[in-house]
Write a protein that binds this ligand. Structure first.
Ligand SMILES: [Zn+2]
Length: 325
């Protein structure tokens, strides 16, 4: 029996059910610790808001989410445990590091002057995968990596190499962040050349463009792709994402596609530190963004366009199960 580590312990991959491959409970932008007016973190309040948001998706049959928050974006394993216990949703948490521009690259960049930072990052990932995160006892179930717009920086490259090495050794999947629909093919090629198994890699935020040639150049490398910002019309229009999903399913790629939202809770609640006030124009373009949007709006639209129940099941249930098996 294949098992996967969730924040509440290992479960059979058969128990994953409908899975959202890239979501967040909370996010903290590095630097919040420098804001004298940052609101102190209240885990209880955050947990309540996350449970409430997840219950709306659970009503549509959602069973599992991957919390794609890397180490340096405010990942809180105790919060993940509480939310999983209270909501009944399986949560798979990540080890990994974010892209250079928005993460916390300073530490390992500094250390790279004195030694082999790739190995040190690999050791960090391995500790969190095999022994657990801090003293929580929770083992990471995926490795998250990220690259910036139009390039893979030297720092990002060593993070990807460390991830590929940990993937190869432990078998656990890698999920990625791509920026503005760039570097997907390059990420896949680098990870594979460093020994990662393509069938254990998900290139994320693929719907940052509607370029089918870009999408297929990633798919041809044998990896999965994730249209995992559905509802974020703010970044790229859902209509074009839907057109790409329908087209790619139509030419036989249903067994390589996963759907998710990159949601991080009520923005006024789940972004840590000083509350974010959204500009007026943003509100209508993220009106549908939630953990439930794929189930409530996207799947019905795909069905309307002729995508079969079987293919929906492949994308929502079978692909995540295969990825973690
Ligand atoms: Zn994300």
């Amino acid at each position: 029996m294949a098992t996967v580590n969730t924040v509440l312990g290992p479960i059979s991959t058969d128990e994953l059910g409908p899975t959202l491959i890239h979501e967040h409970l909370i996010l903290a932008t590095p630097g919040g610790e420098c804001d004298a007016l940052a609101v102190p973190y209240n885990r209880e309040a955050f947990a309540g808001s996350c449970v409430e948001a997840l219950e709306k998706a659970k009503a549509y049959g959602m069973r599992t989410m991957v919390d794609a928050t890397p180490i340096d974006l405010g990942r809180d394993v105790e919060l993940q445990k509480q939310v999983s216990e209270r909501s009944g949703i399986n949560i798979i948490c990540a080890t990994g590091l974010y892209m250079e521009a928005m993460g916390k690259p300073a530490y390992f960049k500094f250390r790279s002057q004195f030694g082999d930072a790739t190995t040190e990052i690999y050791e960090t990932f391995m500790k969190e995968i095999t022994q657990g995160i801090g003293d929580t006892g929770v083992k990471a179930g995926v490795i998250k990596v990220a690259t910036g717009q139009g390039e893979i920086s030297a720092y990002e490259e060593i993070v990807l190499k460390a991830a590929a090495r940990a993937q190869k050794e432990t078998g656990i999947p890698i999920i990625t962040h791509t920026e503005a629909g760039t570097m997907g093919p390059e990420q896949a090629a680098l990870l594979i050349s460093e020994g990662a198994a393509p069938e254990r890699v998900v290139i994320g935020h693929i719907g940052g463009n509607a370029n089918l040639q870009y999408h297929t150049s990633v798919l041809e490398q044998g990896v999965y792709i994730a249209f995992d910002r559905l509802g974020l019309d703010f970044v790229f229009p859902d209509n074009l994402r839907k057109a790409c999903i329908i087209g790619l399913v139509g030419i036989g790629y249903a067994d390589r596609i996963m759907l998710s939202h990159d949601y991080c809770g009520d923005l006024s609640v789940c972004w840590l530190d000083r509350p974010v006030e959204l500009p007026d124009f943003a509100t209508p373009v993220i009106a549908n963004w939630s953990y439930a949007h794929v189930f409530k709006n996207i799947i019905p639209a795909l069905k309307e366009a002729g995508v079969s129940d079987d293919k929906i099941d492949t994308m929502m249930v079978q692909n995540p199960r295969r990825l973690f098996s």
